[in-house]
Ligand binder design. Sequence first.
Ligand code: SF4
Ligand code: SF4
Length: 242
Amino acid sequence: MSKEIDKQIRSLAGSLDADYYGVADLTPARDFIHAQGGDRAARYPRGVVLGIRLQDSVVDLLPEKDNEGAILYRHTTYDVVNIALDQAALRIANVLQREGYGAFPVPASKRTSNEHICGIFSQKLAAHMAGLGWIGKSCLLVTPDHGPRVRWVTVLTDAPLQPTGSPMESRCGECTACVDICPVHAFTGKPFSPGEPREARFDAAACDRYFKEREKNDGVATCGLCVWVCPHGRKKGKRAEK
Ligand code: SF4
Ligand code: SF4
């Protein structure tokens, strides 16, 4: 039965045109998940993870810091990609539910706590635990082939799916590009360590304030320089330019 549902979900994910697919065993991170999302999130031992690559042409507008580029980036990246991810997650959750399993589609990007500036569950954690990338010094999930230029969604489930991998070791090395480019110095430059709180590496409130300031001054809340600058994402863009 486990193999059948595995095959069914993998095949559905393939038809949904996602660039990344994985299954995470979330049990080693249960305490962390519970601290963030309580029982609602922590009751599920697995996560089905889907990722959609961002368009390089749109991410590469970011360093120009102009309003038009910011509007285009925000529309494509936040509005269009997040909706595509949410719809894909719902399709997967529907199949799992029909097959009699518990399934909870975590919204691709929905803040549920203003105090902690986070959602009910960390998409990056699931992608990391599914073996799809590592958590960089930018606190973003960095994939070997497309860096952080990928957005993620997770369907939490109790279906007995086979995990696709284990957490990937960091490949940030000596790089500090994201730390250096951040206009509000939100990153400390410390590498990710599973037991350590996000605050040890990232001042989410500083980033949030910067977004609000941009919205107030320019009418559009966007930055994303830490996404743009990562060399693991930019190398593909360079190849495409040849
Ligand atoms: S989005 Fe901009 S302000 Fe926020 S952490 Fe990244 S570089 Fe810094
Ligand atoms: S920019 Fe460099 S330090 Fe930052 S996440 Fe990417 S590889 Fe790691």
